[in-house]
Design a protein around this ligand. Structure first.
Ligand code: UDP
Length: 281
């Protein structure tokens, strides 16, 4: 069955593409690649929503992108508050791993751009072992000076998907700047995913992933990131105001208003009454 076209929801001026599942996301992406629709995919979490408010350049880049996955639990809750729709999180690292399977099945070529040279090489080796039929069209570390040389390499590789692990917002700015000259239909920033793939950084344990609190785990492991979390109370307060304004207080407090976005078959697990672990706030 053909996947429904995903709907967008505006969260404080930043669009969120509401996919009903990872499969819905990967099917939509494959369709865009087959149509050769140039696509920039950006992972959106509360941090990025708040940065975009203060950084006009980042705001414009985000708005110009075609797909905005709901990466953070805070953004999934925001969508639920504003619209009453329960949507799953589609994390950047989770989608990256799913797209590796999809690319292998669909015969699509990938390019790995970013991370330290040894991390990039290890990530490439791990992928090669894990997905023997995956076409890894090329790779380059993320510490280069000459962007033109890297772009030449990417364009010459014949890749269908470019994954940039350059850190955020650097990767979004880089991809957006060169999107027109990149001859690759699908581009996505994947942050520290190559470090995870290469085994240099551990993903948060299952409990943190299931409860959407990976940011807490990361905060414990990398306490210098505490400043980044200061935006959360402000984000929550602004979301509450926006949601109550959009839906009215009565509708907002009524749990019966919570419903699935696509319903039926497309909603998959989310069409049932089962409350998704991924959107448990
Ligand atoms: N990185 C890179 N080039 C740079 C800066 C960073 O390739 O100039 C890589 C870095 O080696 C790491 C990835 O970007 O593999 C993500 O970095 P970080 O964890 O700082 O990003 P965040 O998770 O904050 O987006």
């Amino acid at each position: 069955m053909m996947a429904a076209a995903p709907r967008d929801v505006d969260v404080l001026g930043v669009p969120i593409t509401c996919f009903s599942s990872y499969e819905h996301a990967t099917q939509s992406i494959v369709r865009r690649i087959r149509n050769r629709d140039k696509t920039l995919c950006i992972a959106i979490n509360p941090e990025k929503v708040c940065f975009a408010r203060d950084d006009a350049a980042l705001r414009n880049i985000i708005r110009r992108a075609q797909i905005h996955i709901c990466d953070g639990v805070g953004t999934a809750v925001a969508v639920k508050w504003i619209t009453g729709w329960r949507i799953p999180r589609i994390t950047g690292v989770g989608l990256f791993f799913k797209l590796m399977e999809t690319a292998e099945q669909e015969g699509l070529g990938i390019f790995l751009l970013g991370a330290k040279p040894e991390v990039n090489e290890k990530a490439w080796r791990v992928l090669r072992d894990r997905h023997p039929k995956l076409r890894i069209a090329g790779r380059h570390d993320g510490y280069f000076k000459d962007a033109n040389e890297v772009i030449r390499q990417i364009n010459g590789s014949g890749a269908d998907m470019l994954f940039a692990a350059l850190g955020s917002p650097r990767q979004e700015k880089w991809l957006s700047r060169y999107l027109e000259v990149l001859n690759v239909p699908f581009c996505m920033g994947v942050g520290g995913s190559f470090d995870v793939l290469a085994g240099y950084v551990k993903r948060a344990p299952e409990f943190f992933q299931r409860t959407g609190t990976e940011f807490l785990y990361r905060l414990i492991r990398e306490p210098h990131r505490w400043r980044r979390q200061l935006i959360l109370p402000g984000f929550t307060a602004r979301m509450l105001v926006e949601a109550i304004t959009a839906r009215g207080l009565k509708s907002f407090v009524s749990s019966r208003e919570i419903r699935t976005i696509y319903g039926g078959a497309e909603g998959g697990a989310f069409a049932s009454n089962r409350r998704s672990a991924e959107v448990r706030a």
